[in-house]
Ligand binder design. Sequence first.
Ligand SMILES: NC(=O)c1ccc[n+]([C@@H]2O[C@H](COP(=O)([O-])OP(=O)(O)OC[C@H]3O[C@@H](n4cnc5c(N)ncnc54)[C@H](O)[C@@H]3O)[C@@H](O)[C@H]2O)c1
Length: 419
Amino acid sequence: MHADLAIVGLGYVGLPLAHEATRAGLSVIGFDVNQAVVDGLNSNVSHIDDLSDDQIAEIRSLGFRATTDETELATAQTIVICVPTPLSEDGGPDLGPVRSATATVARNLQAGTLVVLESTTYPGTTEELVQPMLEAGGLELGKDFNLAFSPERVDPGNPTFGIKNTPKVVGGITPACTDRAAAFYGRFIDTVVPAKGAREAETAKLLENTYRHVNIALVNEMARFCHELEIDLWDVIRLAKTKPFGFQAFYPGPGVGGHCIPIDPNYLSYNVRSRLGYPFRFVELAQEINATMPSYVAHRAQNILNDAGLATKGATVLLLGVTYKPDIADQRESPAVELAEALVKLGADVRFHDPYVERWGVDGLSLTREEDLDGSLEKADLVVLVQHHKAYDVPALVDRAERFFDTRGVTAPGEAHRL
Ligand SMILES: NC(=O)c1ccc[n+]([C@@H]2O[C@H](COP(=O)([O-])OP(=O)(O)OC[C@H]3O[C@@H](n4cnc5c(N)ncnc54)[C@H](O)[C@@H]3O)[C@@H](O)[C@H]2O)c1
């Protein structure tokens, strides 16, 4: 059997890729080490927010199949690796999944294959780690197979930009590798942008996420002193963003979450430090500021209760929205966890409401999930809007709550306590 594409790692990145490529008419198989994920997909069950069960059924009817049998990779013309790149215990990159996925590909690599790494990683990974592993079996890059890096830019929950209409950067180890990878993605993505090489493509992804990380830290730091100076930062940003050039609005919040912003910039700073011996100061400072936002928000919550003559110890605090982004169920690295931890430590009775989350807890402690939003608003000494899901009618919530702390700047000035 022959497949146009085999995807290694069927998560938030791999599955949308499978969806887009299959719909464009490519024959696609998906390989994953997680048997439950594979069984679920083969029974039309999606495990990610961005694809519904119906969409899995649709691509399965078009021929998509998931498998745990690595030998099937040998049937594919192109293999794309989309496995996680988490941080290790010491805060450095954990390339364990990339190594193991590359070893799987290497064992099954056939002459004539194009291999692409999409996992976010530090510059040099494709050339220094993936290439030698793939060549260890005797096949030679450029002559027998091609290799490229193409950063994934999936933005879970974004209704406007998906895989097809988000330009795709591709950087090959050789110019011929770039050309081949560009031709491959051009089959189902509107705009493909060739890079000078794999390192530039790897670094472009890290620049994008570091840029967000640093600018979020900038407004988070400003949020603290603007509050002290009685300046409404939300209004400041509203004014600044009327400038039609040279400014892009970023907003403060209770911390950064998800699989990318809190993690990827560390890949770059770790790499700079270990190779060159000096720090990437912007990243380290941004990390420091963003990481302290949950405890800052807890502190502000404590002050709001204090001003009302209430101790935090024993107060009922209701957190609205605990996912890391609005309108999705993904809780990875959500700053709501650290916020809840800080409030629990202060003795508050912390409860949560989130239409997307059934069970949630911190420090091994399962927190009460409020089913009845109206009733829980009235019972709470303080309501904290942590994530602004569209389902929340914020003005109505503010009306019902005794005290409302808006960490997302969605209330009108003077309507509630704002970050
Ligand atoms: N999630 C996002 O929004 C996003 C956006 C841009 C880039 N990225 C990057 O894309 C990469 C993948 O992230 P994700 O969010 O899709 O991860 P994920 O955790 O959703 O999915 C990864 C999948 O890979 C599988 N896997 C792990 N090791 C494997 C192996 N050795 N062989 C085969 N399968 C294996 C896991 O079982 C899992 O199903 C990461 O580098 C991430 O930084 C993610």
